[in-house]
Design a protein around this ligand. Structure first.
Ligand code: 8YV
Length: 329
């Protein structure tokens, strides 16, 4: 029985060792041990030889790259849930299947969203900086006062897997749950989350104490939180974003934060990351994280296993479990 030729798989970043080892066993795999992101020219070269490309959020797989890719490229098995770094329409037109890794990072990302929400409302990073600065002169009755979150209204923009997982956590912290979504969720889930649905995003924004962005970045959600919508928020409101920076007009957000028109923000993602608006870096009322929402070793291994399963099922001639369909985004 002749050995079936292993598919040539190009991995663009360093993945967890256990995943790389498995991929080496199953596929003709090209790894990136130094974890230096590929240049566009190197990416083009990779797409001229790979049957399967495994990119991450840091790789912009645009129409030009896809149209110039070799005829052998059949699958883009992305490491991550968000696929806004891939031109899905161009891939579909080329008959290239795209998969992602949904579900396995839901709990970790919801945990980080809750951590960021608490850190922002309770000024955790500011307090930590004060102690590290050596300037702390001891406890004071009115020093480092933040805001209580129990009893407050949390508005979740995007009640998908991560939004729902966040709602469960926020409920446990005594928050009341509100949400806006393209479609109302199933009544049983709404009941379980004790969540109030707002068909009007504007009306929800104008009444919340904290707003969390948990929708994907798509052409429809680009700058969904525009300057006009940000101005609907009440001055004591906090914003948390563990989704994508492009969902918020970052320049408008930064301006309003610096003028105290919005109380504070917890940001894990940025509109032009890794570039961060320099004015944001100077603000005390923001908590800034380096896109680590799903950064747990368990979560990244689970994501890698999903990539392996997507590639194996696809190259064995079956429909991969996590195929991305634009219409569903
Ligand atoms: C990933 C994320 O780590 O899954 C996503 O969409 O933003 C992160 O959890 C990143 O995308 C890896 O490509």
């Amino acid at each position: 029985m002749t050995d079936k030729k292993k598919p040539l798989v190009v991995v663009t970043r360093k993945l967890p060792d256990v995943i790389e080892t498995r991929m080496m066993e199953l596929f003709d795999t090209r790894l990136n041990p130094d974890d230096v992101p590929l240049t566009p020219a190197q990416m083009q070269d990779a797409m001229n030889v790979a049957e399967v490309l495994v990119p991450t959020v840091t790789d912009r797989i645009d129409r030009a790259l896809i149209e110039a890719a070799g005829p052998q490229l059949r699958l883009i098995a992305s490491f991550g849930t968000g696929v806004d770094h891939i031109d899905l329409k161009a891939a579909r037109e080329r008959g290239i299947v795209v998969t992602n890794t949904p579900g396995v990072l839901t709990e970790d990302t919801a945990d980080m969203t809750m951590a960021l929400l608490l850190a922002t409302a309770r000024r955790v990073a500011e307090g930590e900086r004060l102690v590290r600065s050596g300037q702390w002169t001891g406890w004071g009755p009115t020093t480092m006062l933040g805001h209580r979150i129990s009893g407050k209204r949390l508005g979740i923009l995007g009640m998908g897997r991560i939004g729902s997982a966040l709602a469960k956590r926020a409920r446990a912290f005594g928050m009341s749950i509100h949400y806006h979504n393209r479609r109302r969720v199933h009544p049983e889930l709404e009941q379980e989350l004790e969540a109030t649905y707002w068909s009007s995003l504007d009306q929800m924004l104008a009444r919340m104490d904290i707003v969390s962005i948990n929708c994907p970045h798509t052409p429809a959600t680009y700058h969904l939180l525009s300057e006009r919508r940000l101005k609907l928020l009440r001055p004591h409101c906090y914003i948390v974003n563990t989704s994508r920076g492009e969902v918020i007009d970052e320049v408008a957000l930064t301006r309003m934060l610096s003028k105290g028109e919005i109380a504070g923000a917890g940001l894990d993602v940025f509109e032009h990351e890794p570039a961060v608006n320099p004015k944001l870096l100077r603000l005390d009322n923001v908590v800034l994280l380096p896109h680590m929402g799903s950064a747990t070793i368990e979560g990244r291994i689970d994501m890698g296993e999903k990539v392996v399963i997507n590639i194996k099922t696809f190259t064995d001639g079956h429909a991969p479990p996590d195929r991305v369909l634009e219409a569903l985004l």
